[in-house]
Ligand binder design. Structure first.
Ligand code: AMP
Length: 393
């Protein structure tokens, strides 16, 4: 059964086509600069990468181009072969604790939740509507970034602010990266050989969040009401004292939007180092002796360690710590710096085993109190699995 897994943004659309239940990727790709000049797309088929330039006036043109490519490359003979399309949707609020088949009611609810994710939900819905129009016979499924975290208890998700903010306006911690943390929860439980485990999933990429996972469920997570909470990130501040916002507005004369823009786009690695949001550039600058780059890395590592320590206590011990996403999968230096600071918890790792990137591996030593894994995340396959399950119901 052929299934498309889709992640639509305001000007981009990423996709994978799977043969399910084998989970075989038949083709993948990304359309970029939709609605802008110099549109382009790349496809990956049988390990071969193809890059093409094409004006992509809107999402309909991108999806029609995708369909034409599927037919031209003989991935499908006819549109009827695509039985289901799974869409990554950012915000499901408190309404969705799992993936759903999308109908008009779901679309309306996701639209209503756009207040909570004004940049993402409307863009995701453009993707949904376009696929509904162009592949009308396929079951459309919505997979929410927030859904996995709906198992958090109130003491984990409520902020100590006036309670009516929660009741009236939905002010609470939602958490994000749910598809990724869920994938890690499943895969790590398989590797540990037990479902009732205590895991910290460290999804650290350009954005970053940690998730405390107990018995396969989200117990706590570092992102909050928005994705700019918790850890320091590439260009986001993560958690700060909210009172600095009016203070900086007053001192700089900037508007609230401008200060929020600084907290989202000009903070984190790029803000502290003044160099880049990309940890590869930071590592290069550190090697050249740049002090601010070194400082930015120290703050970054400290925030992650703080959350691991906190979750160690919240979960009353840990079976495993997992590194995933761009930095977690690829930066041996960041992993080493984090793990060195966890020695007081009995964490021990093998420096030679840690000297690699981008594959699944156990890097802790047999006498470590907590197992440490690197597991490449796979959000797309989680979307494909849920979509396959719901399309067969
Ligand atoms: P993601 O958001 O998961 O795609 O992660 C992207 C980020 O991963 C980049 O901005 C880099 O900071 C980081 N990254 C990717 N490759 C490496 C690498 N080889 N070494 C260090 N950091 C890396």
């Amino acid at each position: 059964m052929k299934i498309l897994s889709v992640n639509a943004g305001s000007s981009s659309l990423k996709f994978q086509m799977y043969e399910m239940p084998e989970e075989k990727v038949l083709i993948s790709g990304v359309f970029e600069r939709i609605g802008l000049d110099n549109g382009m797309y790349t496809l990956k088929i049988n390990g071969e990468k193809i890059k093409k330039e094409k004006d992509l006036k809107d999402h309909s043109v991108a999806v029609q181009t995708l369909i034409d490519e599927l037919l031209d490359n003989k991935i499908i003979e006819s549109l009827d072969e695509i039985k289901a399309v799974g869409h990554r949707l950012v915000h499901g609020g408190e309404k969705y604790a799992e993936s759903v088949v999308i109908d008009q009611d779901v679309i309306k609810t996701v639209e209503e939740l756009s207040d909570l994710a004004p940049l993402h939900n409307p863009a995701n819905l453009i993707g949904v509507r376009t696929f509904m129009e162009l592949i009308p016979n396929a079951t459309q499924v919505g997979c929410f970034d927030t859904a996995f975290h709906q198992t958090m208890k109130p003491e984990a998700f409520l902020y100590p602010v006036p309670y009516e903010w929660y009741e009236k306006y939905g002010v609470r911690k939602y958490g994000f990266h749910g598809m990724s943390h869920n994938y890690i929860a499943n895969r790590c439980a398989e590797l540990l050989g037990k479902k009732d485990s205590k895991i910290v999933s460290c999804h650290i990429g350009n954005g970053g969040s940690l998730c405390a996972i107990k018995d396969g469920k989200s117990f706590d997570t570092s992102m909050g009401f928005t994705p700019n909470a918790g850890l320091m990130m590439g260009s986001r501040s993560g958690g700060i004292d909210a009172t600095l916002i009016p203070y900086v507005m007053q001192k700089t004369g900037k508007s609230m939007e401008e200060v929020f823009n600084d907290l989202n786009k000009n903070s984190g690695f790029v803000g502290v180092s003044g160099i880049s949001s990309d940890s590869r550039d930071i590592e290069d600058a550190i090697a050249e002796g740049n002090e601010r780059a070194k400082l930015s890395q120290e703050i970054y590592v400290q925030k992650i360690v703080n959350y691991i320590a906190r979750y160690f206590v919240e979960l009353q011990g840990l079976d495993a710590i997992v590194f995933t996403a761009g930095v977690g999968e690829n930066s041996k230096a960041t992993r080493a710096e984090i793990l060195d600071k966890l020695e007081c918890l009995g964490v021990k790792y093998d420096k030679e085993l840690n000297d690699f990137r981008g594959e699944e591996r156990l890097i802790s030593t047999p006498d470590s109190s907590i197992k440490v894994y690197v597991i490449p995340t796979d959000e797309e396959v989680m979307i494909a699995r849920d979509t396959y399950r719901l399309a067969n119901k």
